[in-house]
Ligand binder design. Structure first.
Ligand code: IPM
Ligand code: MN
Length: 380
């Protein structure tokens, strides 16, 4: 029987609550019971109360099995919320304080996308690098102003992230052997697992060297996994021109941020891009969120693409040990996408297909799962 998991839900702003509701409906349709508790956080909550993430809320969040987050942020162009306040005070605080040290971002090229048929995953370091917030000002506001912004790279932080990438490569190759053909990408099921380190070792010689040495050291323990290295600028070209050369990419926090927006655009749009912020040591809950933002312009129009949130919920189930339910959701999503052509608008969280709606996509995917569920129930 499916487990009962306690999940904190932060719908957030704009389309966040809509897409998260859909994701929860889809989880229910596949038969997994969630005990959800909603938290009101984000730009609107900040404007109403002055609160970003109260300490008490953060402490409560620690007790959940998982956290689902929609999107937070004010409308584009709004100046009411200071730049960086929600990013650093809410999203990054959750990543850092809950030690969500790996940001997993899988991409499967949708029909009609530039990377159609390709399947890669980016393992982004999620608690260090330039995001650590090292730096400061001197003589701020004067003509002699100095601003520095450092990048923090610890042997411990890099190593646990690189290890996660190699483990992920093994897991993916096992599922390719056991699973259906589509999982191996264009080349079919025979693809060997491979981890590519993406950095800029030719310029960032201190941090790059630490990453490279750690990568080689960890790789030595995984003889079954091929390894490769690519400078981040070149990796951008390869992602566009030859995505098949990648399987698992492991990279620094900021490179991972940029690379995954590019991958989003190439593999079907950020409206379908999912992510998992993982505390793989399991000392607290992990957090699952679509990569897209709040997209206030389409909030309430019924045109938000729920697929990124649905896939993020599947990543949550997988992480909670409901691998089979997660696989069913992913299959239902791929089944739905197989009948669409999403090539036209890759940069928005809205739906490309003019005839589709949030509710329609939800019905279609939840319907596939409920039919499957009914068959399973009648067999048991
Ligand atoms: C992302 C976002 C965040 C990041 C921002 C909102 C802090 O762009 O999740 O990719 O830079 O990590
Ligand atoms: Mn980003």
């Amino acid at each position: 029987m499916a487990g009962n998991y306690r999940v904190a839900v932060i719908g957030g702003d704009g389309i966040g609550p809509e897409v998260i509701n859909v994701a929860l409906e889809v989880v229910e349709a596949c038969g997994v019971k969630l005990d959800t508790h909603s938290y009101d956080l984000g730009a609107a909550h900040y404007l109403a109360t002055g609160e970003v993430l109260p300490d008490k809320t953060l402490e409560e969040l620690r007790s959940f099995d998982a956290i689902m987050l929609g999107a937070v942020g004010p409308p584009v162009g709004s100046t009411e919320v200071p730049d960086g306040l929600l990013e650093r005070g809410l999203l990054l605080r959750l990543r850092f304080d809950l030690d969500l040290y790996v940001n997993l971002r899988p991409f499967i090229g949708t029909p009609g996308s530039i990377a159609e048929g390709h399947d890669i995953i980016v393992v982004r370091e999620n608690t260090e690098g330039p995001y650590a917030g090292e730096g400061g000002w001197l003589r701020k506001g004067t003509v002699n102003e100095v601003a520095t912004q450092g990048s923090v790279n610890t042997r411990f932080g890099v190593e646990r992230c690189v290890r996660a990438a190699f483990d992920m490569a093994l897991r993916r190759s096992e599922s390719r052997v056991g699973g259906e053909g589509a999982k191996g990408g264009k080349e079919g099921g025979a693809k060997r697992p491979k981890v590519t380190l993406v950095h800029k070792t030719n310029v960032l010689t201190y941090a790059g060297d630490l990453w490279k040495r750690t990568f080689e050291m960890v790789a030595a323990g995984y003889p079954q996994v091929d390894r490769n290295y690519s400078h981040v600028d070149a990796a951008c070209i390869y992602l566009v021109e030859d995505p098949g050369r990648f399987d698992v990419i492991v990279t620094d926090n900021l490179f991972g941020d940029i690379l995954t927006d590019l991958a989003g655009a190439l593999f079907g749009g950020i409206g379908v891009a999912a992510s998992a912020n993982l505390n793989l040591a399991r000392t607290g809950p992990s957090l699952f969120e679509p990569v897209h933002g709040a997209a206030h312009d389409i909030a309430g129009t019924g045109r938000a693409n729920p697929i990124a949130a649905i896939r993020s919920a599947a990543m949550m189930l997988d992480y909670l040990g409901e691998e089979e339910a997660a696989a069913r959701i992913n299959d239902a999503v791929l089944g739905y996408l197989a009948g669409t052509d999403s090539s036209n608008d890759s940069s928005a969280a809205g739906i490309d297909d003019q005839s589709a709606t949030t509710a329609g996509i939800t019905r279609e995917i939840a319907g596939r799962l409920r039919r499957h569920q009914t068959v399973r129930d009648s067999r048991s």
